[in-house]
Design a protein around this ligand. Structure first.
Ligand code: HPA
Length: 229
């Protein structure tokens, strides 16, 4: 039998409808050495089950560096997934759209990941071609920012000038850990806000609501891709 696929859901995103069968649910606090998550909208647990005839482990919720967790703490979830036998992973997250064609609710595949201005972990850079999901609204570079503040207009202009597609505050540490331990991983992001346009300041609540509305579309996309992994 093929090894299970690991799938990680980000802020507001509900991927549990992906499961045709649920076998087991393990909250983070039951896993020795794993800190319990604290960000609103993240119910932190691993849910083992089946999707499209494939064994999957869904990690619902995650830890962030901006919450004060170290790289080792944030990425321990990757080691837990590896412990379940996962060799391939798909990460999801909420992002700001930097490219002017993007709209809230769009799903974007990452083909490269960068950290700005820098990170204490080493990123894989480009993602493996089989892990760049097709059938998305766009494909491009995801830039990780430490957070927790959303970007200033000057930072957005710099990131756009750089040619980045999306910006967010998660996933890059986990991708770095995946590459350290030989797990191939892809990433698909839900655009919750368009960066650099006039309007009210972006809030975490807005991010959560928009990501939650895109969950169904994201589940369809992942369900189509899982058998290919
Ligand atoms: N910036 C960083 N992280 C985000 C954003 C953003 O605009 N939207 C959702 N997560």
């Amino acid at each position: 039998m093929k090894p299970p696929v690991g799938i990680v859901s980000g802020s507001g995103i509900n991927l549990l409808p992906l499961l045709d069968a649920v076998h087991r649910e393990i909250p983070f606090h039951e896993v020795p050495g794993l800190p319990d998550g604290g960000v609103k909208g993240h119910i932190c647990a691993f849910v083992l089950g089946e999707c499209a005839g494939r064994q999957v482990v869904i990690q619902s919720g995650r830890l962030h560096v901006y919450e004060g967790w170290t790289f080792e703490e944030v990425t321990r979830t990757v080691d837990v997934l590896a412990g379940f036998g996962v060799e391939r992973m798909l990460f999801t997250n909420a992002v700001g759209g930097l490219h002017t064609t993007l709209q809230p609710g769009d799903l974007v595949a990452a083909d490269a990941v960068r950290a700005w201005p820098c990170a204490r972990f080493s990123l894989p850079g480009e993602l493996a071609p089989g892990f760049v999901l097709d059938r998305c609204s766009a494909v491009g570079t995801y830039v990780w920012m430490h957070g927790p503040c959303y970007e200033t207009r000057a930072e957005i202009a710099a990131l756009q000038h750089w040619g980045a597609m999306t910006v967010g505050m998660s996933t890059a540490p986990e991708l770095a850990r995946c590459s350290q331990i030989g797990i191939n991983a892809g990433m698909v992001s839900c655009v919750t806000n368009v960066c650099g346009v006039q309007g009210p300041p972006i809030t975490h609540e807005h991010v959560m609501v928009t990501a939650s509305r895109a969950s169904e579309k994201l589940c369809t996309l992942l369900r189509n891709h899982i058998p290919e992994l």
